[in-house]
Write a protein that binds this ligand. Structure first.
Ligand code: KG4
Ligand code: ZN
Length: 337
């Protein structure tokens, strides 16, 4: 089965083609980062318009790269939520239009299920069941995963998502958007012992997170000190160390509570090298294993949507001709396969 995947939930247009026999045939990404940079964050209407401009040319490029004819396509998957409503509607409309024209089924994919299943595209995919730490710009969740669609959300953020905390802290420090990679780069020059930030919600039981206090802590620290490069780097370092430490503490806790030995980490923040080092140490000490998507598939991409769509199409699911999108869509409301 050969499936086209279209991602357009936020500021990245992603298109990919996954084949159940041959694997990933091609994937293309058009990032809107430069478009939104000057505004310090994503402008929804500009995002939608750019998806309109970029999706079809990208689709043609990817089809050519995969050397596939339209007749060889067996289904079209698109991100139906969560995300920006206008941006989602572009991918949904193009996906449905293509499916209808080709006479093949369309399938709506949950963006976070896409992230969660992205490690399945790697050479050594995780076996079910596992625990997933989903860390992106809009979500921070710990999920018990029994199979595709069988998700129990065990913890989440009570305020900002972790990627959002990176982005907001970066903005305060005068760094560009997106903030995660900018903070990570700066933190390399930061000294570990200059500032110590709190590890929110780690002293009480439970698997929830809170990151908005850390952002305020960073802001106050920045205001109290001279605005020199070293201080900026030291704050980036202290912030990243606190975030990574907090996530590692919760991962240890969730593995202990569930008794599971496999941890999947996905979403934009899973590209963070310090987080990966820390979780490698943790899982090694616990005799557990950790799985990630390749760095390019940590952030938004079409490949994860093509793959998740394939799994659902293969199980017989498809969308009716009338379609909508779901800007808000709880992960644990999905149908298990
Ligand atoms: O999954 P994603 O591409 O989009 C959403 O679904 O939100 O995640 C984007 C988020 C942004 O907040 C970005 O700052 C963060 O992932 N991010 C990182 C890194 N790369 C991207 N955060 C920390 N370290 C990184 N290396
Ligand atoms: Zn995402």
């Amino acid at each position: 089965m050969r499936v086209v995947g279209i991602e357009s939930s936020c500021d990245e247009t992603g298109v990919a083609i996954y084949d159940s026999e041959e694997g990933l045939l091609a994937d293309g990404l058009y990032s809107q980062v430069t478009l939104h940079e000057q505004y310090g964050g994503v402008v929804p209407e500009l995002a939608s318009r750019d998806h309109v401009r970029k999706t079809l040319p990208l689709l043609r490029e990817v089809m050519a790269e995969a050397q596939t004819s339209a007749a060889a396509i067996d289904g079209v998957a698109y991100t139906a939520g969560p995300g920006l409503v206008g941006a989602l509607l572009v991918g949904a409309a193009i996906g449905h239009g293509m499916a209808w024209a080709l006479g093949v089924p369309a399938i709506a994919v949950h963006h976070m299920e896409g992230h969660l299943l992205a490690p399945m595209l790697e050479a050594k995919p995780p076996a079910f069941p596992f625990v997933a730490l989903l860390v992106s710009g809009g979500h921070t969740q710990l999920v018990r995963v029994e199979g595709v669609g069988a998700y129990e959300v065990l913890g989440g953020t009570v305020d900002d998502a972790v990627g959002e905390a990176f982005d907001k802290t970066a903005k305060m420090l005068g760094l560009g958007y997106p903030g995660g990679p900018a903070i990570a780069r700066l933190a390399e020059q930061g000294r570990p012992d200059r500032f110590r930030f709190p590890r929110p919600m780690t002293n009480r039981p439970g698997l929830d997170f809170s990151f908005s206090g850390l952002k305020t802590f960073a802001l106050n620290t920045w205001r109290e000190h001279r605005h020199d490069e070293q201080t900026r780097s030291d704050i980036a370092r202290a912030f990243q160390d606190a975030v990574v430490d907090t996530m590692a503490i919760k991962c240890k806790r969730v593995l202990g509570q569930t008794g599971l030995k496999r941890l999947v980490v996905a979403g934009g923040v899973s590209a963070n090298v310090t987080l990966r080092q820390r979780l490698a140490e943790l899982t090694h000490a616990l005799n557990a294993e950790v799985f990630y998507p390749r760095p390019a598939f940590c952030t938004d991409n079409g490949a994860m949507i093509a793959y998740a769509g394939f799994r659902r199409l293969e199980a017989g699911q498809r969308e009716p001709l009338a379609f909508g999108v779901k800007p808000r869509w709880p992960l644990d409301s999905l149908r298990a396969l």
